[in-house]
Ligand binder design. Sequence first.
Ligand SMILES: NC(=O)c1ccc[n+]([C@@H]2O[C@H](COP(=O)([O-])OP(=O)(O)OC[C@H]3O[C@@H](n4cnc5c(N)ncnc54)[C@H](OP(=O)(O)O)[C@@H]3O)[C@@H](O)[C@H]2O)c1
Length: 255
Amino acid sequence: MSDMRGKIAVVTGASRGIGEASARALDAAGARVVLSGRTMSDLERVANDLANEPMILQADLSPPRAGTALAERVIASVGGVDILVNNAGIPMRRTPDLLTEEDFDRVFSINVRSLLMLTLGLGPSMMERGGGSVINISSIASLRGPLGRVAYAGTKGAVDAMTRALAADWGPHGVRVNAICPGLIATAIWENDRKNIPGLIEELEGQIALKRWGYGEDVADVVLFFASEASRYMTGEVVAVDGGMARVSSAPRPG
Ligand SMILES: NC(=O)c1ccc[n+]([C@@H]2O[C@H](COP(=O)([O-])OP(=O)(O)OC[C@H]3O[C@@H](n4cnc5c(N)ncnc54)[C@H](OP(=O)(O)O)[C@@H]3O)[C@@H](O)[C@H]2O)c1
C-alpha cells in the first residue's frame, strides 16, 4: 500500500462520488485530507470517518475567483499541500440545438476555470515542499466524442490539454500533473439521466468491455497511484479508467 503519511492532500468535490472515494483512499494511506464541496452535511459525513485530522473547506467553485479564493484559504489553513485532486465537476447534457451560452459558462466555470485557478494557487506551495502531484479528474467524454454533450466534452478536452501544458511548466519544479478519464462510474451524477432517459444505462453498459459500471473506488485507486511515488516518472498523462469503453471494442464477435 502507498504510504502517504505526512502528506497533505486537497480533494474537491469530496462530499460524494469519486471525490469521496478518493478522500477515503488518501486518508487510509495516511495523508491528511482537506475536503471541499458545497454540501456541509455530506462533507461532515465523510470527514467523520477519516483518521488523519481531516479539514473541511466549504466552497462553491462556480463564481469567478472561486478557485483562487479556495487556494488562499487552503494555504491559510494548512500552509501548503503535496497533492491536489481536482475532482469537482458538473455534467451538462445538452444537444447542440438546446445549448445556451449560460450553460456553456456554467460548466466551464466549474470544470475548467476553477480547476485551473485552484491549481495555480496551490502549485507554488508544492514546489516549496519539494514537489507534488496534481490529479485532474477528466472524462472519457474528452476521448470519444459523446452524443449531446458538446460543452461537457469541451471542458474535459480543456482539462486534458491543460494537464499536458502544466506538466511542461511544472516538471522542472518537481510537480507532476496527470489526468484520469473515468468511464461510467455509478455516482449521483447519473441520477437525472437514469430517471429521464429510459434504457440509456443498459445501453451504455453494453459498450463496456468489462461489462460492469465502475465504482468510485475503481477511480480512487488510480488517484492514489498518481498521488504516490509509484507514479514518480509519470507526468502529463491522461489515463482512462473505464473498464475498456473509450478505446476498446465491445462489439459482439462476428458469426
Ligand atoms: N460518474 C461518472 O460516470 C463520471 C464519468 C466521467 C467523469 N466524471 C467526473 O468525475 C468528477 C466527479 O464526478 P462524480 O461522478 O463523483 O459526481 P457527483 O457524485 O455528482 O459529485 C460531484 C462533486 O462535485 C461537487 N460540486 C458540484 N458542483 C460544485 C460547485 N459548484 N462547487 C463546488 N463543488 C461542486 C459536488 O459537491 P457539492 O454538491 O456538495 O458541491 C460533489 O462532491 C466530475 O468532474 C465528473 O465530471 C464522472
